[in-house]
Design a protein around this ligand. Structure first.
Ligand code: HEM
Length: 567
C-alpha cells in the first residue's frame, strides 16, 4: 500500500470518493496518452497496470475482499479511460472533428485493422470516398485523401516523412530498417543516396545484360511447357530470380528449380498480419516479442545477410545494384554499413519482384480479357520485333506507344501498392496545410492511389474500364477509336497524369520505377514475340480481381493459361 495513503485517510474515503479518485486517475492517464503518446512498453505498464494498481487501496475499505477491490478498480479505470477516449474522439474538440468519416473509424483504428484483414481495404476506402468526398477520417488521427492538390504538399520535398504505419509493419526490425521504412527524413536522405545512383540512366544501361539473360531463360522455359501453366507463378519466379541477381549477384534459381524452399509462400504468409499491425503500430511492439513471430522473414534476412557478406568479400563481377548499394566506388561520405545493405537487399528483392510481377500478371489478364487490345499490342510488337529481330533490344521501347499505354493502364487500374504509402508527422511536429486541408500535429494521411486513379475527374470516360487508348495522343486515339469504339470517338477525354501515382511521389517515391518499366517492356515484348496466350478453358476471369488482396503490396491468385509457340 502506498505510504501516502495512511490508514486514517483511507477510512475517511467514502465509496463515492474512491470511485471519483479512480476515475480521475483514468482521465489523467488519457491526458498523458493524448499529450505525449507514450510508446514504450514500460510507460504502457506504468499507466495501464501500475497506476490502477496503486489506486486499489482507495476502494479497499468499502470492498468485501482485496480481489473485489482490485477487480472494481481495474474495471472502473479501464471503462472510464475508454469512455473518455471515445467521447473525445467523437467530440467537436478533437482536432480532426471537422472531417467526415464513419463513426467506427473515428473511434478506433481497430476497426480498420478488422476491415483490412480480408485484403479489400482499397475497395473500402474507395467506397468511403464516394460517400464522404475527397477527405475521409479513416482513423482517430488519420485521413485518406483523394485530391491531386494534396500530393505535392503531403509527399513532395517539403512534405511529411513516412508515416507511423511502418512502425507496426516493421516492428520486429528494431535495429536496422530497410530504406522504405526509415521515418527520419535526414536519415532517409542519407540512405537514399546510393539508391539514387543505382538507378541513374547509366547504371540502368548496365543492368540490361543481367535482365536479358533472365528474360531469355524465362521465355525459353515457358516455350517448353506443354501443359497449362499458372502464368502468375512463372512471372513471380522470373522477377524473383532477376532481383536476386541484382541485389546479391544471384542465389535464386526458381526458374530452373521451382520455388523449392517455398520462399514466395513464406514471404506472403506474413502479409495479412503485417497489414493489421500497420493500423495499430503500438501493438506491433508486443506482437514482435511473441515467440516464433517473424521466423520466416528472419530466416530470409539471415540468408540475405550471408549473401551480402559473401558478395562483399568476393567483390562485384558487374555493376549491379549491390555494387552501388555497398558503395564499391567509394563515393559516399558516410557509406552504408553491411547490415544496412543487407536490409536494403531484402527490400530490393521483395519490393522489386512482387510489384513488377503483380503488374505483369495483371497486364496479361487484361490482354486476355480484351481481344482488341491483345491484337493491337501484338501488331505493335510484330512491327518492332518481327521474326529474327531480337526482342531484347531496348532501343524501340520509347516509340512503342501502345505498349507503354497498356502498362500504364494496368498500373492505373491495379497499382501494386493499391492504397498508397502513408505519411505522418513525427512526434512534436506542428500542423501542415495539405492542399485544401489542414492536418493538425500528430495526423497521418495518405493519398489513396486506387480511388485517385478511378476518379472520373482524373480519368474518363469509363474510369473503371481498361482502355489503354486513353494514354495515346489525340491523333493516335481517334484513328484507333473510330474503328472499334464508335460511340467513344466523340466523347471528351479527361486524362490527368498528375493523378497517376503507382510509384508514389516525392523524395521517398519508388526509386526502382525506371528499372520496373525497363523490365516490364522487355519481357512483354519477348513473351509476345515468341508465344501466344489464352485462358485455360473453364477459367472464370473474375476470380483474378476477386483474389487480388491489398496487404500494402498485392497478394494475387492463379492465372491459368495455355501457351503456344508463335515462331
Ligand atoms: C511496377 C513496379 C513497381 C511499383 C508499382 C512500385 C511502387 C512503389 C511504391 C508505391 C513505393 C512506396 C513509395 C513511398 O513510400 O512513397 C515503392 C518504394 C520503393 N520501391 Fe518500388 N515499385 C515497383 C518496382 C520496384 C523495383 C523494380 C524496385 C527495385 C529495387 C523498387 C524499389 C523500391 C524501393 C527501394 C522503395 C523504397 C523507396 C524509399 O523509401 O525511398 N520498386 N515502390
Amino acid at each position: 500500500m502506498p505510504t501516502y495513503l495512511t490508514e486514517a485517510s483511507m477510512h475517511s474515503f467514502s465509496l463515492q470518493d474512491g470511485f471519483l479518485a479512480v476515475m480521475a486517475g483514468a482521465l489523467g492517464c488519457h491526458l498523458i496518452f493524448n499529450r505525449y503518446e507514450p510508446r514504450s512498453p514500460l510507460s504502457h505498464m506504468a499507466l495501464l497496470v501500475v497506476a490502477p494498481g496503486t489506486l486499489t487501496p482507495l476502494l479497499l475499505p468499502n470492498s468485501s475482499s482485496t480481489t473485489r477491490a482490485l477487480l472494481s478498480t481495474y474495471l472502473l479505470y479501464y471503462s472510464t479511460l475508454l469512455t473518455s477516449l471515445f467521447l473525445y474522439r467523437l467530440s467537436p474538440f478533437h482536432p480532426l472533428a471537422r472531417y467526415p468519416g464513419p463513426l467506427l473509424c473515428k473511434v478506433s483504428k481497430f476497426w480498420m485493422a478488422w476491415v483490412s484483414s480480408d485484403g479489400k481495404q482499397h475497395q473500402y476506402y474507395c467506397k468511403l470516398h464516394k460517400k464522404y468526398g475527397d477527405v475521409v477520417r479513416i482513423g482517430p488521427n488519420e485521413l485518406s485523401l483523394r485530391t491531386v492538390d494534396a500530393i505535392q504538399p503531403l509527399m513532395g520535398t517539403t512534405g511529411l516523412p513516412k508515416g507511423p504505419h511502418w512502425d507496426g509493419r516493421m516492428a520486429e526490425q528494431t535495429s536496422i530498417r530497410a530504406l522504405i521504412s526509415v521515418r527520419d527524413p535526414v536519415e532517409h536522405m542519407r540512405r537514399r543516396k546510393p539508391w539514387n545512383r543505382a538507378f541513374s540512366s547509366a547504371a540502368l544501361k548496365g543492368y540490361e545484360e543481367i535482365l536479358s539473360k533472365r528474360a531469355q531463360q524465362f521465355v525459353t522455359a515457358l516455350e517448353q511447357q506443354d501443359l497449362p501453366v499458372n502464368l502468375a507463378q512463372w512471372i513471380n519466379h522470373f522477377t524473383f530470380d532477376f532481383m536476386s541477381d541484382m541485389a546479391f549477384g544471384g542465389g535464386s534459381e526458381m526458374l530452373r528449380d521451382g520455388d523449392k524452399d517455398d520462399t514466395w509462400h513464406l514471404l506472403e504468409s506474413g502479409l495479412p498480419t503485417a497489414l493489421v499491425l500497420t493500423h495499430v503500430p503500438w501493438l506491433g511492439r508486443y506482437y514482435a516479442k511473441l515467440p516464433g513471430v517473424g521466423q520466416n522473414l528472419k530466416k530470409f534476412r539471415t540468408y540475405c545477410q550471408e549473401r551480402a557478406s559473401l558478395r562483399r568479400a568476393q567483390g562485384s563481377q558487374s555493376k549491379d545494384l549491390f555494387h552501388y548499394l555497398i558503395d564499391e566506388a567509394g563515393v559516399e561520405r558516410s557509406p552504408p554499413t553491411l547490415a544496412e545493405v543487407a536490409a536494403d537487399g531484402v527490400l530490393a528483392i521483395v519490393a522489386g519482384s512482387d510489384t513488377t510481377a503483380t503488374t505483369l500478371s495483371s497486364l496479361f489478364w487484361f490482354l486476355l480479357n480484351n481481344p482488341i487490345t491483345y491484337r493491337r499490342l501484338q501488331a505493335e510488337v510484330d512491327k518492332y520485333y518481327p521474326p529474327g529481330e531480337s526482342a531484347l533490344d531496348t532501343t524501340h521501347h520509347q516509340q512503342m506507344s501502345y505498349l507503354n499505354a497498356v502498362i500504364n493502364e494496368t498500373l492505373r487500374l491495379f497499382p501494386p501498392v493499391l492504397s498508397g504509402s502513408q505519411r505522418g508527422g513525427v512526434n512534436g511536429s506542428t500542423g501542415k496545410v495539405v492542399g485544401p486541408y489542414f492536418l493538425p500535429a500528430g495526423t497521418s494521411a495518405f493519398v489513396h492511389f486506387y480511388s485517385l486513379h478511378r476518379d472520373p475527374r482524373n480519368f474518363s470516360p469509363m474510369p473503371d474500364n481498361f482502355l489503354p487508348e486513353r494514354w495515346l495522343s489525340v491523333e493516335e486515339r481517334s484513328t484507333l477509336m473510330s474503328s472499334d469504339f464508335k460511340c467513344l470517338d466523340k466523347v471528351p477525354f479527361v486524362h490527368n497524369t498528375a493523378a497517376f501515382l503507382p510509384f508514389s511521389f516525392g523524395p521517398a517515391n519508388c526509386v526502382g520505377k525506371n528499372l520496373a518499366y525497363q523490365e516490364m517492356r522487355m519481357v512483354v515484348c519477348l513473351m509476345m514475340q515468341r508465344l501466344e496466350f489464352r485462358f485455360v478453358d473453364g477459367f472464370e476471369p473474375e476470380t483474378w480481381e476477386r483474389d487480388l488482396k491489398d496487404y500494402f503490396v498485392t497478394m494475387k491468385g492463379q492465372l491459368p493459361v495455355v501457351l503456344s509457340p508463335r515462331l
